[in-house]
Design a protein around this ligand. Structure first.
Ligand SMILES: NC(=O)c1ccc[n+]([C@@H]2O[C@H](COP(=O)([O-])OP(=O)(O)OC[C@H]3O[C@@H](n4cnc5c(N)ncnc54)[C@H](OP(=O)(O)O)[C@@H]3O)[C@@H](O)[C@H]2O)c1
Length: 430
């Protein structure tokens, strides 16, 4: 029997406790798959009582995370504390000390992954992060390995379960954004501070990771055009449904040319017939288009202790195999250069637009004239309801450049017959 590979776990919260449970409960199968035993040897946790559920002598549990990250008898460090500051310091120290590192920390990988992967390559160790996108869904390794022979063209993902749950409640039950968010918090699907989810920042981290892997140049997440769901009105979700669409917070990345990408996150109307349309509740899915494979979709639980723990332990097994075979870095993941992103105002998409206008002759003509001046062509227009002297009108445009659409909208908003422009949502046929 070969020597055990020893794992040091940093953080024993939601994901860390799942990792600990799987590593201990599924030890035998893991040993077979990893070519020898893999043992959870040490845990670092601010509150050591959180590690009580783990069958580990108390002497192996400490509050000193740096000691575990750099311990001589640890081969693989699993970082599950989250955030960038302390986590980055610990991961850098572990890599520098020659440990392979596994982390589900998307913020860390999106913001510091490029440098950390270079450090890992320089030290001849692995840095694996399957759990950082899509929780339990295998997506990073399939993109790095199974699709390595393909020429990937685009990715569109529902990569945040909180916002997908809120939008599902709003469209299926007509709930307001505020009520749907409160419900998500009550059920434990949303944090007490949900800002990273509802602003789209979490999805931006994830799509920047996926786009970097798919297209080979690293995406600076601060450059990703990001819009959240906090301004969504149930009336728009109902109108979308009536028109044969559903609204999802999509993270989208497309390769435009060899060195130019389009990467963005925003509420998006997609046809109800699209495979992503049926992904409801807290589920996640990533839809990948390759030149050769065609369309493939990865679906499943996008978060949670055991699903994410499963992805993390899969990485641990892979890192353990590599250590046993002396072959770390077998699947390279260092990007050549920084990706050039198409500026947000150059992006082309269709638009849904709801506005309140005076219910009188000539209004549609006046609005169409402005659209025409900016080259925005109309696919369809519906009068939704009339209240007193006002009417709600919904427009769907053909694909237009963002800058032209926004300029037209500014002019339309100033027309005397237009009371207000209430909402705009991008329409995609991803
Ligand atoms: N939750 C999910 O379903 C999920 C899914 C995919 C990815 N992730 C990612 O996984 C990571 C962990 O998330 P989580 O939900 O498991 O967070 P969590 O429940 O808050 O767990 C983090 C744990 O680490 C502890 N901790 C913080 N700083 C520490 C330090 N310096 N040394 C030792 N322990 C420390 C925390 O203690 P205190 O609470 O006392 O600070 C907490 O117990 C994050 O990067 C997250 O984005 C989470």
């Amino acid at each position: 029997m070969s020597e055990p590979i020893r794992v040091g776990l940093l953080g024993c919260g939601t994901v860390g406790s799942g990792v600990a449970r799987i590593l201990t409960q599924n030890q035998e199968a893991i040993a077979v798959r990893a070519g020898g035993p893999v043992v959870l040897a040490r845990v670092a946790e601010v509150d050591p009582s959180k590690a009580d559920a783990v069958d580990l002598p108390r002497s192996c549990v400490t509050t000193d995370s740096m000691a575990v990250a750099t311990a001589e008898d640890i081969d693989i460090v699993v970082e599950c504390i989250g955030g960038v500051g302390k986590a980055r310091e610990l991961v850098e120290a572990a890599l520098a000390a020659g440990k392979s590192v596994v982390t589900p920390n998307k913020e860390l990988i999106a913001k510091a992954g490029h440098g950390l992967l270079q450090l890992a390559a320089a030290r001849g160790v692995d840095l694996q992060f399957e759990g950082s996108v899509g929780g339990g869904i295998p997506i990073i390794r399939p993109m790095k390995e199974s699709l390595a022979g393909d020429d990937l063209l685009s990715i569109a993902g529902i990569v945040n379960g909180t916002t997908n749950y809120i939008l599902t409640r709003m469209s299926e039950e007509g709930a307001s954004f505020e009520d749907a968010l409160a419900e998500a918090q009550k059920r434990g699907y949303a944090e007490q501070d949900p800002s990273a989810d509802i602003t789209g920042a979490d999805a931006a981290n994830k799509i920047s990771i996926l786009a970097s892997i798919a297209f080979g140049n690293y995406v600076d997440v601060s450059e990703v055009d990001t819009e959240g769901i906090d301004k969504m009105h149930p009336r728009d979700l109902v109108a979308a449904a009536e028109l044969g669409y559903i609204v999802k917070l999509l993270a989208i990345a497309k390769r435009l040319t060899d060195d130019k990408l389009e990467v963005r996150v925003h509420p998006t109307m997609i046809p109800k017939t699209h495979p992503l349309a049926s992904v409801g509740g807290v589920s996640n899915a990533v839809f990948v288009r390759g030149r050769y494979v065609g369309d493939v979709m990865f679906y499943g639980p996008g978060a949670g202790s055991l699903p994410t723990g499963s992805a993390v332990v899969g990485d641990v097994v892979d890192a353990a195999r590599n250590i046993r075979h002396g072959s770390s870095g077998r699947v390279p993941c260092v990007c050549a250069a920084k990706a050039e992103l198409l500026p947000a105002d150059q992006i082309c998409s269709g638009y849904y637009l709801r506005m309140t206008v005076l219910d009188q002759p000539g209004v549609l003509g006046a609005i169409c004239t402005v659209f025409g001046e900016y080259g925005v062509s109309i696919a369809s227009v519906y009068q939704k309801r009339v209240e007193g002297r006002s009417a709600d009108i919904v427009w769907i445009t053909h694909k237009s450049r963002e800058s032209s659409f926004r300029q037209a909208l500014q002019r339309i908003d100033q027309l005397p017959v237009v009371e207000r422009v209430s909402s705009t949502i991008r329409v995609e046929d991803v």
